[in-house]
Design a protein around this ligand. Structure first.
Ligand SMILES: [Fe+2]
Length: 296
């Protein structure tokens, strides 16, 4: 069957994010199919894309992301699936009595890998075990936030450079025992030193401007005193994280969720105590620079 004949992309209502894609089987569609190009375009246009009705094993999930771009292998191996390093496992469900992946990931506003020199273009999520109460992801459209910025906040970010660091979000591992916090922090700093990105980025494909700041990883605006920096970032984060900017997607079985990290920040919703949750993630690099003008 030709995938483009059945592919359906339901665009979101005006001013909303998230397109619903149906009528495609990611295991059979070909890399160079027009359907794959349409999904790529939908990620740029609608920021968030939910491909419904997928039934993928681990190998098929990795292959599906290969059709869309270049899968990331996350730099910290404790997140890796034991057989598929591309799969980042967020789970509190032991397998054969063994801990797999990392529990309680991403419960703060962030965009994946903004603390790296070349941040991750897209993120995909393929949930495995659903907690009894719904689990989902919250999103904020940062192009929209940029458009809505009041003048005094716009002045803070116009031509500003922000510093991003992942240090304080590091998840302690069993192998860290007997190390001091200072030793751990120094090691992380060496592995992933803080990086600089423009506070406002231009999307390389759509040309949209978006605010590129997140309270999870953005630690400073360059060139300010400590007090002034704290004050400005607090004001900016309070504005960004206003309830009217937040969009929630609740996961359903068979959803393959994809989003553009250039335009959205996100946060996982919490898992209630005693409930099991397991989700797979694969980061995907598209073939574009992260933002217009980034040095390679
Ligand atoms: Fe994330």
């Amino acid at each position: 069957m030709n995938a483009t004949e059945t592919l359906e992309i339901q665009a979101p209502a005006d001013g909303q994010i998230g397109a619903i894609v149906s009528g495609i089987d990611m295991t059979t569609v070909h890399n160079d199919s027009p359907a794959i190009q349409e999904i790529r375009n939908a990620i740029y246009r609608h920021r968030l894309v939910v491909i419904r009705g997928q039934n993928l094993n681990e190998e098929q999930y990795v292959q599906a992301t290969r059709k869309l771009g270049r899968p990331q292998v996350y730099f910290q191996t404790n997140y890796h699936h034991p057989s598929y390093p591309e799969i980042f496992v967020s789970s509190n469900v032991p397998e054969n009595g063994k801990k797999i992946g990392v529990a309680g990931t991403g419960h703060y506003w962030h965009t994946d890998c903004s603390f790296e020199k070349h941040p991750l273009s897209w993120t995909s999520i393929y949930p495995q075990v659903f907690p009894k109460d719904s689990r989902g992801t919250l999103y904020i459209d940062m192009a929209k936030v940029y458009q809505n910025l009041p003048d005094h906040l716009r002045e803070y970010v116009q031509d500003a450079t922000a510093i991003h660091a992942g240090q304080l979000r590091y998840k302690v591992q069993a192998s860290d025992i007997d190390q001091s916090l200072k030793q751990l922090l120094d090691r992380i700093n060496e592995e992933v030193p803080p990086v600089r990105h423009p506070a406002v980025i231009v999307h390389p494909v759509t040309g949209e401007k978006a605010l590129y700041l997140n309270s999870g990883f953005t630690v400073a605006l360059e060139g300010l005193s400590h007090e002034e920096n704290e004050r400005r970032l607090r004001e900016l984060f309070d504005f960004i994280e206003r309830p009217e900017h937040i969009h929630q997607h609740s996961w359903s079985t068979g959803d393959l969720i994809l989003w553009d990290n250039r335009l959205l920040i996100h946060m996982s919703t919490p898992v209630a105590a005693g409930q099991q949750s397991k989700s797979y993630r694969i980061g995907i690099y598209d073939d574009q620079p992260f933002y217009a003008g980034i040095e390679s």
